[in-house]
Design a protein around this ligand. Structure first.
Ligand code: 5GP
Ligand code: ZN
Length: 111
């Protein structure tokens, strides 16, 4: 099965890495929507937030540990975490990812 983010995890497609461990990979978004915009993804292929189960949810918690650690390392205290699930919500890559956006004022509700 071909998946863009699985290809980024295994190095077939280059990316600008922010963080990596055995479970999680983080890299800067190719089309940033804020001065800081990176993605945190499980290395395991999980299609979306709608496919999280008791069996795979530990990696989701780990993604949030990574978000807290990496933002701290970057000196970021104010940021937004977004996960789009499904086409209507704007998901364009069907591999679970958390957008981390920072460095500008954010509006609410999101569009
Ligand atoms: P989604 O639209 O699914 O919520 O988020 C997918 C994100 O992946 C988008 O913000 C898009 O800019 C980013 N993206 C798509 N292709 C690539 C790529 O090849 N490299 C990187 N670094 N980001 C990508
Ligand atoms: Zn994948």
């Amino acid at each position: 099965m071909s998946c863009l983010f699985c290809s980024i995890v295994n190095g077939d497609i280059p990316s600008n890495k922010v963080y990596e461990d055995e479970l999680v990979y983080a890299f800067y978004d190719i089309d940033p929507q804020a001065p800081v915009h990176f993605l945190v993804i499980p290395k395991e292929h999980i299609p979306s937030a709608g496919a999280v189960t008791p069996e795979n949810s530990a990696v989701v918690a780990h993604c949030f540990e990574v978000i807290a650690q990496v933002t701290k390392e970057l000196g970021i205290t104010d940021f937004r975490v977004v996960s789009n699930c499904g086409l209507q919500a704007g998901q364009s890559v069907p591999h679970l990812h958390f957008h981390v956006l920072a460095g500008r004022d954010m509006t609410w509700p999101p569009g």
